[in-house]
Design a protein around this ligand. Structure first.
Ligand SMILES: Nc1ncnc2c1ncn2[C@@H]1O[C@H](COP(=O)(O)OP(=O)(O)O)[C@@H](O)[C@H]1O
Ligand SMILES: Cc1ncc(COP(=O)(O)O)c(C=O)c1O
Length: 280
């Protein structure tokens, strides 16, 4: 059989929230715009994300092994594995097992260790889950914690703006000691800027700054990490991926404010997908 002229594929382990633009409803279109086939493994199904006053939530943990088992029978292969919001310790183990089963030397593993924000772990995140997450992070090629998650992973007290740059590098290095090749600490406020602290596989570091704009909105982390995952799988440099992701999120927030999109509805990235369209 003639081999498929290779279009890239990423297996994405994340929840499906029907309303509010986050997780899979963000990841699928962004990977598609970047010419990547998105292959979702749903961790849970929600009517809408948890930032709304009410929601329906259906945990998919028990079904995930059966779902993945079929992929094994079909001998599917992926160029990347990307994990996002995980709702239980069992799901963290399922992702580790998936990486062992489907991971390859050439494939990229991107872990967004979603555990908390604004200095606090999410209520659903038990100390056991935080410690299992440290293990999962060790399987990543690239990990993208926000500042809160970087503090949890390195056992530091959270400070909104107090960390000096050398301490931020130190944090990224401590995360790298858990096993990943490269680390991006996102959402570091520096005056009127937001900085991404990038520690590359070769040990070099960069601070990629963007003007801080508008309101905090749900789903920006998913937009950001999806672009990082796509760029990594395409073989682009991490620096280019971070620059593109940071610029795109900023533009999405500006557009959402311009169109008066309610904050809980996330960012109206659909308006700007053309900025991502990748030409070969
Ligand atoms: N208000 C903002 N203005 C400009 N860029 C932003 C803003 N919010 C997020 N970003 C960009 O998106 C990235 C990811 O956002 P962040 O809030 O850290 O993600 P998470 O949702 O995982 O906490 C940031 O590092 C930054 O580059
Ligand atoms: C179930 C679920 N997944 C994903 C998200 C989005 O997370 P983030 O803002 O970190 O991208 C939310 C936000 O409320 C959520 O409730």
């Amino acid at each position: 059989m003639t081999p498929e002229k290779h279009q890239k594929k990423i297996a994405v382990i994340n929840d499906l929230s029907g309303y509010g633009r986050c997780s899979l409803t963000v990841v699928i279109p962004i990977l598609s715009a970047l010419k990547i086939q998105c292959c979702p493994v749903p961790t849970s199904i929600l009517s809408n994300h948890t930032g709304f006053p009410t929601y329906f939530f259906d945990d998919y943990t028990e079904k995930m092994p059966m779902y993945i088992e079929e992929w094994k029978k079909l001998h599917l292969t992926f160029d990347g594995i990307y994990s996002g919001f995980l709702g239980s310790e069992a799901q963290i183990q399922i992702v580790i097992d998936m990486i062992k089963e489907f991971g390859t030397k050439e494939g990229r593993v991107i872990i967004d260790p979603i555990m908390g924000d604004h200095g606090k772990a999410y209520q659903t995140y038990t100390p056991q889950m935080c410690s299992r997450m440290k293990e999962l992070v060790g399987y990543g090629n690239i990990v993208t914690p926000n500042l809160t998650e970087a503090c949890i992973l390195t056992g530091r007290e959270y400070q909104k703006e107090g960390f000096r740059r050398n301490e931020l590098i130190q944090m990224a290095e401590e995360i790298r000691e858990l096993g990943p090749d490269a680390v991006v600490i996102t959402g570091v406020k520096e005056g009127s800027f937001v900085t991404n602290v990038v520690l590359e596989a070769d040990g070099t570091h960069h601070f990629i700054r963007t003007r801080h704009v508008g309101n905090e909105r749900p789903g920006t982390g998913d937009v950001f990490s999806s672009i990082i995952a796509a760029y990594a799988v395409h073989g682009a440099s991490l620096r280019d991926g971070v620059r593109k992701a940071a610029d795109f999120v900023k533009e999405c927030i500006l557009k959402s404010d311009e169109l008066n999109v309610p904050v809980e509805n996330g960012v109206c990235f659909e308006e700007l997908l053309s900025l991502l369209i990748r030409h070969r």
